[in-house]
Design a protein around this ligand. Sequence first.
Ligand code: PBG
Length: 326
Amino acid sequence: MTFPAQRPRRLRRTPALRRLVAETRLHPADFILPVFVREGLSDPVPISSMPGVLQHTEESLLGAAEEATELGLGGIMLFGIPAERDAQGSAGLDPEGILNRSIRAVKNRVGEDLPVMSDLCLDEFTDHGHCGVLDSAGCVDNDATLEIYAQMGVVQADSGADVVAPSGMMDGQVAVIREGLDAAGHQQVPILAYAAKYASAFYGPFREAVDSQLSGDRRQYQMDAPNRTEAIREVELDLAEGADMVMVKPASAYLDILSDVAELSDVPVSAYQVSGEYAMIEAAAANGWVDRQAVVLETLTAIRRAGATNVLTYYAAEAARWLHSR
Ligand code: PBG
């Protein structure tokens, strides 16, 4: 009888040994918390398809930002839901609009202790729900949208955003936003580019979260699920245009893409664990079908293991609390 000389099991014997050799670790600073703030609310509103996630009032948003700071999160990502929408999404350009004034309020509250990031996109602000303005045929007009994005970037940076995050998947968006920021004196404001963002059914619950007006889909601008090489092209373009960080979205069903992007990118890589990923874990856990905390930490570990520098996740605060109490 011959016994194996190599015994990988030796290093798995105790929790402390397993911790010693762990190749991936989670830290609160790895997490970015996406938050929704809705104009005109007197109380926070629960989002039924995302149990535990709220549409914040302008006041309750500040509490969430303070908590994120105390927990040492990597950042907070703001999404604004305006009371009034129009075809041009003009509330997104208004310095007094819900998103821009919330950036200012959060920034005043947290100072330099928490990076404040803002979603740079039109879909929350347009009455048709698309990420850009429409041409006469009703298609999203790429280049007309770019001009608006460039202005949005400046208004958000003027409001105090530490990072702007264009999520609309218009060709050339990073370049025009960079140009706009630089011309306005915001050379120090980085761009987190949603570089490989797929047209995904996993965004379903987000549409409720932002009260989306969209009928139809975003398949003419977001990426198509079958495509892997194309993600490389998207990332290379965004890097060439000056992206300071690049994102892959969604996360769990796109870990191959994330791994490719991490390999080629010489800037930090983010991944977004989106609303549908959250909702599926919540639904299974509520039924007692999976161990909630274990599954959440396993998914976050998998996303980091695949190559993400940081993760946008609705679990950010809770996961940070779990890590602090270990
Ligand atoms: C667009 C945007 C979306 C999400 C983040 N930014 C929606 C979309 O592209 O349809 C989805 C986030 C999530 O599902 O959690 N501004």
